[in-house]
Design a protein around this ligand. Structure first.
Ligand code: GDP
Length: 140
């Protein structure tokens, strides 16, 4: 399996609880490498753009409010089949359904405040990385 790339966000519930290091340690222990990282406070426009595919979902406004409620850490991750590997270590969207040992099972607060975002395909990973990072910011 080749080394590929994915995009991650450590969400506001994790920055608020000061557990971004704990989350990153779980990503690294799973075999992912942080090749770019920055702490930002998303604007409403950024959050609406990033989650544009969910615009028609009933929780869209709540999700945008949550993602702009505090800082986040956006990251680019490299690893063997990185998209699938990251989704495995994240666990199911709803922490109640997540497997033991996953980030969401161990750390998430709720289906909304679920600690991490991870791209769901390599195509979306490329789009999401370009949304937040210039090529020169991805340093390996
Ligand atoms: P993901 O790929 O596992 O993050 O899940 P989705 O793409 O389906 O949803 C995006 C994000 O929207 C999730 O990570 C949650 O933060 C939030 N979300 C998903 N489902 C719900 C829901 O039923 N209610 C609320 N309030 N938020 C949700």
């Amino acid at each position: 399996m080749a080394v590929t790339r994915t995009f991650s966000i450590i969400k506001p519930d994790a920055t608020r609880r000061n557990i971004t290091g704990k989350v990153t340690a779980m990503l690294e222990a799973a075999g992912l490498r942080v090749v770019a990282s920055k702490r930002i406070h998303m604007t409403k426009e950024q959050a609406e753009g990033f989650y544009g595919v969910h615009r028609e979902r009933p929780f869209f406004n709540d999700l945008v409010a949550f993602m702009t409620s505090g800082p986040v850490v956006v990251q680019v991750l490299d690893g063997e089949d990185a998209v699938a590997l990251n989704r495995r270590v994240m666990g199911a969207t709803n922490p109640a359904n997540a497997d033991a040992g996953t980030i969401r099972k161990e750390l998430a607060e709720s289906i909304e405040a679920n600690t991490v975002h991870g791209s769901d395909s390599e195509e979306n990973a490329a789009i999401e990385i370009a949304f937040f990072f210039k090529d020169s910011e991805i340093v390996g």
